[in-house]
Design a binder for this molecule. Sequence first.
Ligand code: FES
Ligand code: FES
Length: 222
Amino acid sequence: MGYPVHLVIDGQQHDLIVDPRTTLLDALRDHLGNMSPKKGCDHGQCGACTVLVNGRRLNSCLLLAVSVDGAEVLTSDGLAPDGELSELHQAFLDQDAFQCGYCTPGQICSAAGVLQEAADGRPSVVTEDPVGVDPEGASGEDAGPAGDRPENARREGARSRDAEPGRPVALTAEEIRERMSGNLCRCGAYVNIVAAVQQVAAVQQAAQQPAARQPATGEDGR
Ligand code: FES
Ligand code: FES
């Protein structure tokens, strides 16, 4: 028996009839021909299928399509509309952050999620002095990659459930390794993947810095 599912995928509305056991990954690849998310393990272990669902990075192989009815889904393709590369895509090219490229769409979606989580002040297990976390964001969903692991989310949520949302988290190499640890690369391009995420993080974090204070006229004695 088929069930109707309505999804906005990479900005386009799609209305599907799917078997209720169909995963979001299979809906994307087999029903819609969107080959951007990859099927690696099909068991939530490798991150190759990572997409952004309503802005959160999730493993699409662990989600039933019917469970995300009405959602907005972004794949790596959707982050590069009309072939125009995003900062992340460009950084992966600049840093030579892939070999075969099979894991790369998932890595890029996950990295986009990492950048947003850090900007929102959501701590990871290696964040020093976390000052707060969005309790909604920390509630944890089983399909999330490393940064969203339920055990981490519960621990962080319990630590600061009543705190104000935190200040942006600096994406050190350690932070990036931890937050991207749910995305495996069989080619072993990890060093350059970290460099690529850091390249974009540095640009975005510089843009978030308040402009340097300019001395008022006469303040410097002239
Ligand atoms: S294919 Fe989904 S985590 Fe491996
Ligand atoms: S680039 Fe080949 S699996 Fe990552």
